[in-house]
Design a binder for this molecule. Structure first.
Ligand SMILES: Cc1cc2nc3c(=O)[nH]c(=O)nc-3n(C[C@H](O)[C@H](O)[C@H](O)COP(=O)(O)O)c2cc1C
Length: 374
């Protein structure tokens, strides 16, 4: 059946950088667990990006740590030293080869870092409060000096992304990592200027945004800055939708190119209040969508689903797992061969899909992560 995905296939200009994409599909950031121990990439990972460089118009990398103390995964890429610029450039080049726009996601794991990946085996966070998961280490509360150093590290990582040829950076403020830990009343119990009420808990993430924006201004070419956030936390105390609506209002004044709302199911309602059934991205778009573009994500597979999400008032739609299974997603939409879009992972197609072994192993062995076609 011939379908006209008029929203999905319409171009979009990011308002602050002026960077244009030819469609509304986004490759969501996905860690591959496949980099080298020194934070560099390798041929297998570059092939993975190259394979997906036409999967969407905006292509976001796996998260890269801004300092070693923030390393969050085995096999994670780094953006913490100038020596890593050539490695980052390999990824930027692979993503941009077919005209897509490449964005580096910049990251600090905070209390979620695996201690064994850290030089001193000790995680850090806003406060010395362990995450609510079995065996979680109690992090060390960051000093004022460390906080300032980390803010600078985000700026420095941005400078390296520019030098590597990326079109932008996405600040990873989602998925329970350090920036979210500062905004969260669960992990931030500070009584100095970095903690307190919701407004005070924004201080660190906003300082990071300012440092990144300052670095971006020195690019000498259009360069975008986006911010990814998780709208709610399950914990008590934890981030509520009310907190987030306040936060996005402030973020919308920061001249960001987009806000990326990280949830596993775009259509799901509140994880805190079962009676609140509206999509989180839709609520955020209703609040600030006129001021800053919104990227939605979570469980989108078909172009019809993407189009439906775009009709809720968000500007762009990201896909993660779908573009692992189907690297030619956008091409098939444009060519109207949508019935050939894969929505299950073909367990015999690792080589064809160019998925590096550590990521592949995770996908095929972890139940419920991805639908498998056997
Ligand atoms: C293998 C894998 C790795 C991921 N790594 C990241 C990451 O590095 N940064 C991030 O913000 N989200 C990460 N995510 C979350 C995705 O970006 C996305 O938000 C989530 O998978 C929901 O979208 P989907 O249903 O389209 O996959 C990852 C998800 C998967 C499946």
């Amino acid at each position: 059946m011939i379908q006209n995905y008029k929203n999905l296939l319409s171009p979009f200009t990011f308002p602050v950088s002026g960077i244009e994409v030819t469609n509304r599909a986004v490759l969501a950031p996905m860690t591959t667990f496949s980099g080298n121990d020194d934070g560099t990439t390798n041929d297998a990972e570059v092939a993975y990006y190259q394979k997906r460089n036409e999967s969407a118009g905006l292509l976001i990398t796996a998260c890269a740590y801004v300092e070693k103390q923030g390393k969050g995964f085995h096999g994670q890429i780094g953006a913490d030293t100038d020596e890593l610029i050539p490695s980052l450039k390999r990824i930027a080049d692979a993503l941009k080869e077919k005209g897509g726009k490449a964005v580096l996601q910049i990251y600090h794991g905070g209390r979620m870092s695996p201690p064994e990946e850290l030089l001193d085996g000790q995680t850090v966070s806003a406060s010395a409060v362990a995450a609510e998961r079995p065996g979680a280490q109690v992090p060390r509360e960051m000093t004022q000096q460390e906080i300032e150093h980390t803010i600078q590290a985000y700026g420095e990582a941005t400078r390296r992304a520019i030098a590597a040829g990326f079109d932008g950076v996405e600040i990873h403020g989602a998925n329970t990592y350090l920036l979210q830990q500062f905004f969260s009343p669960h992990s931030n119990r500070r009584s100095d200027r970095w903690g307190g009420n919701a407004t005070q808990r924004m201080t660190f993430p906003l300082a990071v945004v300012d440092a990144v924006k300052r670095a971006a201004l020195l690019a000498g070419r259009p360069f975008m800055v986006g911010y990814r956030l998780s709208p709610e936390e399950m914990e008590n105390p934890g981030i509520t939708m009310e907190d987030t609506l306040q936060f996005v209002e402030v973020l919308s004044t920061k001249k960001l190119d987009y806000l990326h709302i990280s949830v596993m199911d775009f259509w799901a309602g509140s994880i805190r209040d079962k009676k609140d059934t509206t999509s989180r991205a839709q609520l955020i778009a209703a609040k600030v969508g006129g001021l800053v573009p919104i990227i939605g994500v979570g469980g989108i597979h078909t172009p019809a689903e993407a189009e439906k999400a775009l009709e809720t008032g968000i500007q762009l739609v990201a896909m993660g797992r779908e573009l692992l299974m189907e690297p030619h997603w956008l091409k098939k939409v444009k060519e109207n061969t949508i019935d050939q879009i894969e929505t299950e992972l073909d367990v015999n197609a690792q080589e064809f899909l160019s998925i590096p072994a550590p990521l592949w192993f995770g996908l095929v062995s972890r139940t419920g992560w991805i639908p498998l076609k056997k």
